[in-house]
Design a protein around this ligand. Structure first.
Ligand SMILES: Nc1ncnc2c1ncn2[C@@H]1O[C@H](COP(=O)(O)OP(=O)(O)OP(=O)(O)O)[C@@H](O)[C@H]1O
Ligand SMILES: [Mg+2]
Length: 562
């Protein structure tokens, strides 16, 4: 039988020609009959197979038998995942994922699957111009070969084997055998570190007794920095590490497990300000413990930067908290002063100032909880609306209703927008339903029947906020451009000047006023989008301000207590 061709013909025509690479799950679902548990196993495998690619200096392709068409004698294969080595050149500059091969076209895969053993092609394949040796490693789960890893080594890259390379390749062989025997990935064990150490970060090889038989230069310098003075080679890693860490504190149990190479674990050790991640990969081949690989990564610099960022973030939050407190103090002072005044107009003016300061305080309070300078404006809108309602005259029985989604907004937008919303709501309450005005009502007449509605609509580049009231309507001859009063001037300055948007006021059909604010929200960074998904806020919602739960929260807000 002629050697299987590794040509473009075979790998071409995959369903991934339109750019995006399909996921393992998609491919498995569409082209194979893998069970859920098998798929889990493969996910777990590919989350960790960089290790095998690096140790092998080889490319890996994960092939799964494709769902055989009805009546077909045998199935073909579909490539569901691919990994390139970070330790050597790749043999596949192009993506292979999604490619399919017809039944019988790659006997090496079929043999590995049927015989459940690692199968090597006898001759290197030259189709791509360089000699490539292919090996097929069955992926076994529960005694069945559910997939096959094709490992392709570019033989041109083969160098005079050094100690390092021989150790890597030996580790790769052990891992391959474990995969074919169904003992790797480790059942039930998932890597916990965000970015586990890789082979290139530093590697130790332990024998069955836990003694170091090989230490890569990086691993050695990491241990030097931890304070090791003796030789790592030949040392028992468990006790050598325990001595380093023995600064009075009891030795961490997982550290012992990792450094003895007994359990697949990850841990971190910190000595004298040096932080090193350790990950052990116990090797058990043919039921025989042959030792372990321990990956070593010095993360001192990384940790230092993380800590710096954390402190910076905490500081920013603390500043927002203090600004909020100060604003609340200012609001309280103004409120006190308002009480001492007898002139109603002066009193009203101060009360409005209280409200304006309060709405800024709300934004700062929200920011003091937000990890980034991004806030959930729906929360702020609820509280602003409630505050406006609370300050309005007691005869007015109108509860503002908010529908739609403001979404996540940067602080630079949130602060002015909160003020704009405050003013518009206040106008709706004051002029629409003030005690001196008559409600034209929606349906029934009388102040109780009034409606104030805030609608937020977020398009990719635009946020539209509408404040509608069913109140008395704008006075005759009203002209937004020429108002001299403070409220709408603030609104216009903020909307047109600071936010680069537009504002318009017009009469509502059937009585009342509609205020429309259009704001460009030029981009929505990924972080905001994700934050929204996490909060599950994608669904549209209607809510009434002042429900018991919200009310309780609102009372923590600014300027709401007397
Ligand atoms: N929703 C509304 N319904 C009826 N009239 C409104 C409405 N919004 C604004 N107006 C009219 O526009 C005028 C200007 O509003 P603006 O908010 O600028 O000033 P104000 O509310 O009178 O005073 P303040 O500076 O305290 O806000 C109001 O006096 C009112 O006549
Ligand atoms: Mg006003």
């Amino acid at each position: 039988m002629p050697g299987p061709a590794r040509t473009g013909k075979i790998y071409a025509g995959g369903p991934c020609n339109h750019g995006s690479v399909p996921t393992l799950t998609d491919l498995a679902r569409n082209f194979t009959s893998l069970s859920g548990a098998d798929l889990e196993w493969l996910h777990s495998l590919v989350s960790d197979w960089q290790l095998l690619a690096d140790l092998s200096f080889a490319d890996l392709i994960l092939w799964v038998p494709s769902r055989a068409p009805e009546g077909a004698p045998s199935s073909g294969w579909v490539a569901v995942a691919q990994m390139r080595p970070t330790t050597g050149p790749t043999s596949f500059p192009d993506d292979v994922v999604g490619s399919q091969v017809a039944p019988g076209e790659r006997p090496v895969l079929d043999t590995a699957r049927v015989e459940r053993r690692i199968h090597r092609e006898s001759d290197p394949d030259w189709t791509s111009g360089v000699p490539v040796r292919a090996e097929a490693i069955p992926v076994t789960r529960d005694g069945r070969a559910i997939a096959v890893i094709e490992r392709s080594t570019n033989l041109n890259g083969a160098r005079t084997p050094s100690r390092l390379e021989l150790t890597y390749l030996a580790g790769a062989d052990d891992l391959s055998r474990m995969i074919s025997e169904g003992t790797f990935p480790y059942p039930g064990h998932d890597t916990t570190l965000v970015r586990s150490p890789r082979v290139g970060d530093g590697m130790l090889r332990l024998d069955a007794a836990g003694r170091v038989t090989y230490a890569s230069p990086n691993a050695q310098s990491a241990y030097r920095r931890l304070g090791l003075t003796g030789d790592l080679m030949g040392a028992e890693l468990g006790s050598a590490t325990a001595q380093l860490a023995a600064t009075g504190a009891p030795v961490d149990e997982s550290l012992m497990l990792v450094t003895r190479g007994r359990a697949p674990r990850e841990t971190e050790i910190e000595v004298n300000g040096t932080v090193v991640q350790l990950r052990s990969i116990p090797l058990v081949v043919g039921g025989q413990r042959t030792g372990a690989l321990v990956l070593v990564r010095d993360v001192t610099e990384l940790r230092r930067r993380e800590r710096e960022l954390l402190t910076k973030e905490a500081t920013i939050r603390e500043i927002h908290h203090r600004v909020k407190n100060n604003l609340q103090t200012v609001a309280a002072l103004l409120r006190l002063q308002a009480r001492r005044l007898s002139a109603p107009e002066a009193r009203a003016a101060l009360q409005e100032a209280v409200r304006r300061v309060g709405s800024i305080a709300i934004v700062h309070e929200t920011l003091s909880h937000a990890p980034e300078e991004i806030v959930d404006f729906d929360d702020i809108a609820d509280r602003v609306a409630m505050m406006a309602g609370e300050v309005s005259s007691p005869e007015v029985r109108v509860t503002p209703k908010i529908t739609g989604q403001f979404g996540m907004l940067p602080a630079t937008v949130a602060t002015p927008l909160a003020m704009v919303l405050t003013e518009l709501l206040q106008n709706a309450l004051q002029h629409g339903f003030g005690s001196t005005t008559k409600s034209s009502g929606w349906g029934t007449a009388g102040a109780d029947a009034g409606i104030i509605e805030v609608v937020a609509a977020r398009a990719p580049e635009l946020l539209t906020v509408t404040v509608t009231d069913s109140g008395a309507g704008l006075p005759p001859g009203f002209d937004l451009e020429n108002t001299t009063s403070l409220g709408l001037q603030i609104v216009r300055t903020l909307v047109e000047g600071e936010l680069g948007g537009q504002i318009s006021l017009r009469p509502r059909d059937g009585g009342g006023t509609i205020a429309v604010v259009d704001l460009p929200v030029r981009y929505e960074p990924e972080a905001m989008r994700l934050a929204r998904i996490v909060r599950g806020a994608a669904a549209p919602r209607t809510r009434r301000v002042g429900s018991p739960a919200r009310r309780r929260r609102g009372h923590e807000g600014a300027a709401s207590g007397a």
